[in-house]
Design a protein around this ligand. Structure first.
Ligand SMILES: C[S@@+](CC[C@H](N)C(=O)[O-])C[C@H]1O[C@@H](n2cnc3c(N)ncnc32)[C@H](O)[C@@H]1O
Length: 343
């Protein structure tokens, strides 16, 4: 892993002196912690009871998982972040030029908000920033850092599951909205889920909005496989951290060492898949239930769909969006797509 050559978040951001924005921090939790724990337990019970065991990838992101994801982004193998940042640097002036005065930037799955600083620096006409993430820890850390870097910016973080009903904070009332969804997170949905999310984003952002989506493109299998099974084992730790989270939050007794990380390219579905493979026949308890794993049995933990320009445009169209522009990075190629609502 070459951490030294990867820009750290603070290097993307302008200094406090360069900004004219001020902080108003507004939290609007949609799910209480107790509700979130009940949903987690329900998803674990149904996912581990299914014929093909599976769990939704949103549960990767506890505090440790969020930090491990940031570490993945800094590996040489995970090209997605590197290519997307390089692309954003090249096109950010063009993106910023189309952002109206006083607009609010709404980011879905903002994580450490590292890429956001490129937009915030290039678009001082933004009046507020609404980062939305399921990980309260990641959101807290990012909001505190941005508060220092952009003292004049109205920052209104929202801890929420973006697959549920979203309600924007008052900072977004009556203002034009620009959505930002980088990092290929759109690829974690299956097709129906992606259309559902894009429809809901259109509703939340309104008829005058634009949505900037970071999309990973189909490429050679070797590059894809290395990105989801990096040579330093960070992605394997990220995957197994899900079991550690279940142990901690749902009184589980998973032995993470009794599972192997597996990343594979599913060409028919055009997606990378991550699994945890049981190394032996074993019985595991979690959330008050008992689950049997056969040796070699897989627990499917993530999909990451890869698109072509056409396949993504088609998906967006089903959700009521048209592609107004698409920019493609150098190899390994990723795309930044600007969507506008269908008239
Ligand atoms: C693949 S990471 C991308 C992070 C960042 N946007 C980037 O481009 O590097 C996915 C992010 O979305 C968040 N996330 C995943 N599922 C979510 C959900 N259902 N609701 C809200 N946030 C979610 C995670 O916590 C994480 O910060």
């Amino acid at each position: 892993m070459n951490l030294a050559s990867f820009p750290m978040p603070e290097q993307y951001c302008s200094s406090a002196e360069e900004t004219l924005l001020g902080l108003v921090r507004e939290a609007s939790p949609i799910d209480s912690q107790a509700d979130a724990r009940v949903s987690f337990a329900g998803d674990v019970i149904s996912g581990l009871s299914a014929r093909h065991k599976q769990l939704p990838p949103k549960y990767f992101y506890d505090a440790t998982g969020s930090h491990l994801f940031e570490a993945i982004c800094r590996t040489d193998d995970y090209y997605v972040t590197r290519s997307e940042i390089a692309l954003l640097r090249n096109v950010v002036a063009e993106l910023a030029a189309s952002i109206p005065d006083g607009a609010v930037l709404v980011e879905f799955g903002s994580g450490e908000s590292a890429k956001t600083c490129l937009l915030l620096d290039a678009a001082p006409q933004l009046s507020a920033y609404v980062p939305i993430d399921i990980s309260a820890d990641a959101l807290d850390e990012a909001s505190a850092r941005l508060a220092g870097d952009y003292p004049q910016l109205n920052i209104a973080p929202v801890v929420a599951d973006f697959t549920g009903q979203l309600r924007l904070p008052a900072a977004a009332d009556g203002r034009p909205r620009v959505g930002f969804f980088p990092g290929s997170t759109i690829g974690n949905f299956d097709k129906e889920g992606a259309v559902r999310f894009l429809r809901s984003a259109r509703q939340v952002l309104g008829d005058q909005a634009a949505l900037l989506v970071g999309v990973d493109l189909v490429k050679d299998e070797a590059t894809l496989s290395a990105a989801y099974d990096d040579s330093h084992g960070v992605t394997a730790r990220f995957n197994k951290n899900l079991l550690i989270r279940i142990n901690r939050e749902l009184s589980g007794d998973f032995d993470p060492e009794a599972f192997d990380h597996l990343a594979l390219w599913n060409v028919a579905e055009s997606r990378m898949e991550m699994h945890l493979v049981s190394c032996k026949d074993q019985i595991v308890n979690a959330a008050g239930h008992t689950f049997a794993f056969r040796s070699g049995e897989r627990l499917h933990t993530e999909n990451s769909y890869k698109f072509t320009a056409d396949s993504f445009a088609q998906l967006a169209a089903e959700a009521g969006w048209s592609v107004s522009n698409i920019w493609i990075s150098d190899e390994p190629r990723v795309a930044m797509v600007r969507l506008e609502p269908h008239p």
